[in-house]
Design a binder for this molecule. Structure first.
Ligand code: WT7
Length: 647
């Protein structure tokens, strides 16, 4: 086979139709309905998006829908709107005034609920606070907080006054905060004294103090009291959240902002190690997150929707805060860890709040599998009607477990493929319309035109692995990389004028997409280019395996050899016999050529705080090197030491 193709070896053939009673009440109730919408979005994109966008409020209506001067795009260019107005005012001053917008559950068990009217008032008040500290439209504001409602209020207030927020995940260390604040040249940092995480105190304000020793652009901070640990307070620079709010008016009129007004910068990792500041703007992002939330989650007024992501990641931006509020939905937000005080916490929350829609990540799902079904089964999950997955390819076994143990075989699963750069879901089922296959993110959302390309830019055939490219602009796409236009352009260089996602994928005979993973996670063994995710998936389909990560190390004989790092389910322990079984299993699932040269058992795998396995570190370990790489995003550094002494 050619060196330039990616061989895709998944053999999944199960198909699940949308449950009839679900489909009957769904916003998109049939495959035909989806096909019609999709066809219209492809044939008449401007009419389609213009019509969709007019469902939202525009302070000044747009006359122009799309300006595409590849790779630069403008959506609804001459229109003026306000995202926070659409997310709050329209509901707070209408029928949803007293409907819960945000239900918040603290890690220690405290609870707070904000109705639309309350969330609107708080956001207006905080908008006035920002203005009183001299924040102007276009100024950058860094938000370094835990999962508290005030994080959402801060984001919404920035959006409301036209300030550009950059949310920095609360798990980052002081150095990472410093680099992001400096890159964005933030004027203000909003933080809290501390945050709770797995029963421990995370001293956020202390990190900010250290970071700000080297951040000349920051003039002030606002500090929310959450954990009441002692903190240093710098007179003139630091302000108490509660004090500022007490003195602020609750009336604020949302200004009309240009559709292309910058909304936020969100830092995401690239291949080079230096984070990229992905910039999103107002109108297109608003329309994209609104419509995907409505149709992919099939949001109804009675739903209690819970996305378990952190607001520090794009999923938290688009699908905890903006998308759900634009739809007038009730969103749940949980502060803490899934296993605090014990591994049943998520299921307890679902039972307590009668959650109907649950959106989480494969890494979490595999952790639940490892922790055991008992934790799930002792709770009443009958309120659930829809499950979602995002963040990485979900292996069919985890998908099946999710469907059976959490969804009791009655909830459709939406496996949603998208990226920080895309702003909103791109390839995903509509649960009432699209039959699903475990491990496939299925079909493109309206207006999204994904293609599988060979290296030479020709289109791959059915089931032929290749590079996932989007060849048309979509409303919620990023507009640039902050202060690094060259990095923006580099996404459109490999296939001129088309967006290269960095992912490998294939499209099957039914047109379904199967994302294999980042192409930098593609390995070449004895002439076969394979997505490590597929070998991992084969390993995980063995009854003893909880999680697996496969990397390549240089090998004199074959060029490179595969090393599999494997964690086992609670009741299994490592043994030479099990190693042989696993190798046979891979040979059987994929083929002998895909058998790892070595299997290393571990207690846990090194992961980024967003749950992605850090293959770079494992690669170093597999090659016998001590890791030189950047470990600032590693969730638990001790994991690495443990694997290092294994074998
Ligand atoms: C990368 C984007 C999307 C928000 C969270 C991650 C992988 C994401 C899926 C999925 C297969 C997926 C891709 C993508 N990915 N969702 N459903 N199936 N892979 O955002 O940090 O920007 O990562 O995550 O590799 O390129 P991100």
């Amino acid at each position: 086979m050619s060196d330039h193709t990616i061989q895709s070896v998944s053999k999944e053939s199960r198909v699940f139709e949308p449950p009839t009673d679900f489909a009957k009440k769904a916003r998109v109730p049939t495959r035909e309905a989806y096909d019609n919408l999709y066809r219209q979005s492809m044939e008449q994109p401007e009419e389609f998006w213009g019509e969709q966008a007019r469902n939202l409020h525009w302070h000044k209506p747009f006359t122009k829908v799309l300006t595409w001067d590849a790779p630069h795009v403008k959506w609804f260019e001459d229109g003026k709107t306000n995202l926070a107005y659409n997310a709050l005012d329209v509901h707070a001053n209408g029928a949803r005034r007293d409907k819960p917008a945000l239900i918040w559950e603290g890690e220690p068990g405290d609870q707070r609920t904000f109705t639309y009217h309350e969330l609107w008032r708080e956001t207006c008040r905080f908008s006035n606070v920002l203005l009183s500290l001299g924040v102007s439209p276009g100024d950058r504001v860094a938000i370094y907080m835990g999962m508290v409602p005030e994080a959402a209020i801060a984001m919404l207030a920035c959006a409301r006054i036209g300030a550009v927020h950059t949310v920095i995940f609360g798990g980052f260390a002081a150095e990472a905060v410093r680099d992001r604040v400096n890159d964005a040249e933030a004027k203000l940092v909003i933080t809290q004294d501390g945050a709770y995480r797995r029963g421990q105190l995370v001293v956020l304000k202390e990190h900010v103090d250290r970071a700000l020793e080297h951040c000349p652009t920051v003039k002030s901070t606002i500090v929310l009291r959450r954990t009441h640990n002692p903190i240093d307070f710098k007179e003139g620079r630091d302000h108490e959240w509660s004090e500022l709010m007490r003195n602020a008016k609750a009336e604020h009129e949302a200004p009309a902002l240009d559709s292309e007004h910058p909304l936020y910068i969100l830092y995401t990792s690239g291949t080079t190690g230096k984070p990229k500041g992905v910039l999103h703007t107002t109108g297109g992002y608003m329309v994209g997150t609104w419509l995907t939330t409505r149709d992919v989650f099939d949001i109804q007024d009675s739903d209690i929707y819970w996305c378990t992501a952190d607001v520090g990641w794009v999923t938290g931006h688009s699908y905890i805060v903006y998308g759900p509020l634009l739809n007038g939905a009730t969103a749940l937000m949980y502060e803490g860890a899934p296993n605090h005080p014990d591994p049943s916490r998520f299921w307890q929350i679902i039972e307590k709040h009668k959650v109907t829609i649950f959106y989480t990540a494969p890494t979490a799902i595999r952790a639940f599998v490892r922790w055991g079904d008992d934790h799930v089964e002792k709770h009443d999950l009958s309120s659930l009607r829809l499950l979602g997955s995002v963040g990485e390819p979900i292996n069919p076994e985890a998908w099946m477990w999710y469907r059976r143990v959490v969804g009791k075989d009655k909830c459709p699963i939406v496996d949603t493929w998208w990226q920080t750069e895309t702003g909103a879901m791109m390839i995903t089922p509509q649960p009432g319309a699209i039959s699903t296959k475990p491990g496939s993110c299925t079909l493109p959302f309206y207006g999204v035109s994904p293609k599988i390309f060979r290296e030479d830019g020709t289109e791959a055939g059915p089931n032929e692995g290749g590079l996932l490219v989007i060849d048309r602009p979509w409303p919620s796409m990023f507009r640039t990389v902050w202060r690094n236009e060259d990095r923006y352009l580099s996404y459109f260089e490999k296939f001129p004028g088309k967006y290269f996602t960095g992912d490998g994928a294939r499209r099957d005979e039914d047109g379904y997409f199967w994302v294999i993973g980042r192409v930098d996670d593609v390995v070449n063994v004895a002439g076969h280019r394979l997505g490590t995710a597929e070998i991992e998936s084969a390993l995980v389909s063995h009854a003893a395996v909880a999680e697996a990560a496969v990397v390549a190390r240089p090998d004199e004989l074959t060029g490179s050899a595969l090393v599999a790092f494997v964690t086992l389910k609670g009741n299994r322990s490592p043994s030479p016999e099990l190693k042989i079984q696993l190798l046979d299993h891979v040979a059987q699932e994929i083929g002998k050529f895909a058998r790892p040269a070595a299997i290393r058992f571990a207690d846990a795998l090194p992961k980024t705080r967003s749950g992605k396995i850090m293959r770079r570190l494992l690669k170093d370990l597999a090659s016998g090197n001590t890791s030189q790489g950047d470990t600032t995003t590693l969730e638990d550094i001790s994991v690495l030491a443990k694997i290092g002494t294994e074998e």
